[in-house]
Design a binder for this molecule. Sequence first.
Ligand SMILES: N[C@@H]1[C@@H](O)[C@H](O)[C@@H](COP(=O)(O)O)O[C@@H]1O
Length: 244
Amino acid sequence: MKIYVEDNYQKLSKKAAYILASQIRLKPDSVLGLATGDTPLGMYRELVAMHQREDLDFREIKTFNLDEYYGLEKENPQSYHYYMMENLFKHVNIRKENIHIPDGEASDIEEACSRYEGLIRQAGGIDLQVLGIGRNGHIGFNEPDVKFEATTHLVHLDADTIQANARFFDSIDKVPTQAISMGIKTIMQAKKIVLLASGHEKREIVQKALEGKILPELPASVLQLHNDVVVILDQKAAGELKEI
Ligand SMILES: N[C@@H]1[C@@H](O)[C@H](O)[C@@H](COP(=O)(O)O)O[C@@H]1O
C-alpha cells in the first residue's frame, strides 16, 4: 500500500486527478470505477479542467460507478446518476453508452445486479477503482459486517450512514434506506485502487482501516489484502496514523 499525505484537500484532489489522468493517457480505453460523496468532488473538478485545458480524452473510457440509492429516480438531484452527470460526465467527451451506474429503479434487483457484474466482466474488469471511505469504514455502500465474498447486491444502509448522508436531503426521512452497491469482491477484483480521505472526522477510521486488523466490521480494512492500493490523504485525515 502506497500512502501519500498531502497538505490539504486541494493538493489531494490534484494528486488523485493526476493518477487518473495518467491511467487515461497510458490506456485510453481504460475501465474506471468511480465513487461519489464529497471527497472526490475536487478530483472531478481537476479532471474536467484537464479535459478542457489539455484535451484529456474520455472518448474510449468506460466507467462503472460503485453504488446508487435504491428507490430514487435518475433525475433526482440526490441520485448518484445526477451527481455523476453534473460533476463529471456532462463536462467531458465520454460516450453515454460507456457510462454504467447501478440501476436504483430496477424492479428485478437480482437480475440488475448480475447484469452489472456481467458488464464489468465483458469490459475486461476495472483497471482503476476510486474509493472514498464512510465514517463507519464502509466502501461503496458495503456497511460493517460485510461479506467479503459479495458481488453487486442490494444493501440496507446503516443508521450512521443515513445520518451522515442526511445533509444532502431536505430531511432525514427522505434518505433512502437501501442502495445497490458493488460488493467487496467486485472492488477487490479491480487491478488498481485509489482510496481518498479528507478531514478530521475521517482520521480514526482511516487509522483503523489501514493499520488495524482486517475485519468484516470495518469493510475498508480488506484493502490491506489488495496488492495495488494508493491511498491519498490530507494531513487532517492522516492525523492518527502511526507509521507515517
Ligand atoms: N456511498 C458513498 C461512498 O461511496 C462514499 O465514499 C462515502 C463517503 O462520503 P464522503 O466523501 O462525502 O465523506 O459516503 C457515501 O455513503
